[in-house]
Write a protein that binds this ligand. Structure first.
Ligand code: SER
Length: 314
C-alpha cells in the first residue's frame, strides 16, 4: 500500500486529517504539501514538501517520488474571500483538482478525495432538508467552482474509471485550526472568543440558520467514505452531508450553558447575503444508505466538545 498525500496540509481541514491519518497509518505513511508548513507540531513527524498545488509538474514529481496511492486535495479559497477575488478563487479551486484527477487518470494515484460544499446550492434550492439532487444555482464563485469540480469528478470516474470521492461539507467547526475567508467562520470565532471571556460581533443575522458540523464528524465521515467499497457508491459528484444546524442566536444560547456571560451583537455584512442563499439543513440520506453515515454531534454536544478541546494543552 502506498502513502497518503494531503494537499493543503496547513489548512483548517488538513491539520485535522493529518492527525487522523497519523493515528491510523503512522506518520511515515503520510506526506504533507502546502505553500507553508503546517502550524501543528505533529506536522514535523511527516515528510513535508513545499509546493504550489497549482503547479502540475511539482505535484507529479511528489506523487512519483513518495509512492503516493491516495491524494486528499483540500486546497480551496472559501466563499467570502472568493467573492473579493473571483478569478483567483476559480484558479485555486480548479487547477489542483484537475492536476490530481489527471495523475489518477494516468494511473499514478489510486484514490482521490476532494471536498465540495453546501455552497453548491443557491436561493432556488429547498431550504430545509435540501435534497441531494436539488437545483444547483449558487450565487458565489466558490459555489460555481464546487459544482464544476463535482462534475469533473463524475466525468473522470465515468470516462476513465478514476476512484474519486467527495462530500458536500457544511460549515466545519474545530478547536485545533481556524478557517479563513468563509461565511460559516463566525461559529468558530464565537467559540474561541467565548473561551477567552469575550463576546462576538456577528456578521450574520441572529436567526440565519446554517448547516454545521464538528471537525471530528467531518473527518470520521471522510474516512468512512474513503473506506467504503467502490461499488457501494452511487454518487460520484459529491454526497450531501449533514451534521447539525443552528442560527447565531441558538449558538449563543448553547455557549451560555458553559459561559453564562457570553453575548453576541449583530451587524450583518455582505456575508449575510451569501448565508441567506444557502440551505438551513441538508438531506444526507444517500450517504446514510450507501456507506452508513450518521453524525454524532448536535449543537449542544458540539459546543461542549469544542470547549473541552480548547482547554487541553496544545
Ligand atoms: N465553510 C464554507 C464557507 O463558509 C462553506 O463550505 O465558505
Amino acid at each position: 500500500m502506498g502513502k497518503h498525500l494531503i494537499v493543503g496540509a496547513a489548512g483548517q481541514l488538513g491539520i485535522e486529517l493529518m492527525l487522523s491519518l497519523h493515528s491510523r497509518f503512522g506518520a511515515d505513511q503520510v506526506v504533507l504539501t502546502d505553500i507553508r508548513p503546517t502550524p501543528h507540531p505533529d506536522g514535523a513527524k511527516s515528510m513535508y514538501v513545499e509546493a504550489d498545488a497549482c503547479d502540475a509538474v511539482a505535484l507529479k514529481a511528489m506523487v512519483e517520488a513518495h509512492d503516493i496511492d491516495v491524494v486528499y486535495n483540500l486546497v480551496a479559497m472559501l466563499s467570502a474571500r472568493g467573492e473579493a477575488n473571483p478569478m483567483a478563487a476559480w484558479k485555486l479551486n480548479m487547477d489542483p483538482l484537475l492536476h490530481v484527477l489527471e495523475l489518477a487518470r494516468e494511473g499514478l494515484v489510486k484514490k482521490v478525495f476532494w471536498p465540495s460544499s453546501i455552497a453548491v446550492f443557491g436561493p432556488d434550492a429547498p431550504k430545509d432538508h435540501t435534497p441531494q439532487d436539488a437545483p444547483l444555482h449558487p450565487t458565489t464563485v466558490y459555489g460555481v467552482s464546487k459544482i464544476a469540480g463535482e462534475l469533473w469528478c463524475d466525468y473522470y470516474h465515468t470516462k476513465y474509471g478514476v476512484d474519486v470521492r467527495s462530500l458536500r461539507y457544511p460549515g466545519l467547526i474545530g478547536y485545533r485550526s481556524q478557517p479563513g475567508g468563509g461565511t460559516t467562520d463566525y461559529a468558530v470565532d464565537a467559540l474561541i472568543q467565548a473561551a477567552q471571556g469575550r463576546g462576538l460581533e456577528c456578521y450574520l443575522d441572529a436567526n440565519e440558520r446554517l448547516p454545521m458540523m464538528s471537525m471530528e464528524d467531518a473527518i470520521r465521515g471522510t474516512l468512512q467514505l474513503m473506506d467504503a467499497p467502490s461499488e457501494a457508491l452511487t454518487v460520484r459528484t459529491s454526497y450531501n452531508l449533514h451534521g447539525c444546524d443552528f442560527s447565531p442566536i441558538e449558538l449563543e444560547a448553547a455557549i451560555r450553558a458553559h459561559v453564562p456571560d457570553f453575548a453576541m451583537t449583530f451587524a450583518p455584512d455582505h456575508r449575510q447575503g451569501i448565508a441567506a442563499s444557502w440551505p438551513n439543513s441538508i438531506d444526507d440520506s444517500a450517504a446514510q444508505q450507501d456507506w452508513g453515515w450518521k453524525a454524532e454531534h448536535d449543537v449542544a454536544s458540539l459546543v461542549e466538545h469544542i470547549f473541552q478541546g480548547l482547554e487541553q494543552p496544545a
